[in-house]
Design a protein around this ligand. Sequence first.
Ligand SMILES: [Zn+2]
Ligand SMILES: [Zn+2]
Length: 128
Amino acid sequence: MSNVGARKPEEIALDMTQRILQIKWQDGHISQYGFDALRRACPCAECRPWTHGGGAVGVMPDKVRLATGDIVSPQDVSFVGSYALNIHFADGHTTGIYTWPYLRDICPCPDHTAQRAAAQSASDLRQG
Ligand SMILES: [Zn+2]
Ligand SMILES: [Zn+2]
């Protein structure tokens, strides 16, 4: 799990028909992100002020609401150095910088979903 070098994308593809961003990682793992989920998971300060020291503690992630219609398709995807992806969405939002660790964190595959659920219940136990 310490092999950070393996946690980089080898291949990135946009499937505009299925509305999926697919990343094949160097360790062979494949992540498929729906456009809506990707837009909702935008980590920028505008979308998630509570994670950037904005003081809005307690604001729930579902505060990030999407307008209806196809406004979340990525129009452009570019690399930020060698550590992240910058996605330009059709709603004009261009500030989302998705680092590789972040993208791995939000990987929606069953394995990672189960891992996150396990980590979450472990932290619930610690807090409770
Ligand atoms: Zn954002
Ligand atoms: Zn995964």
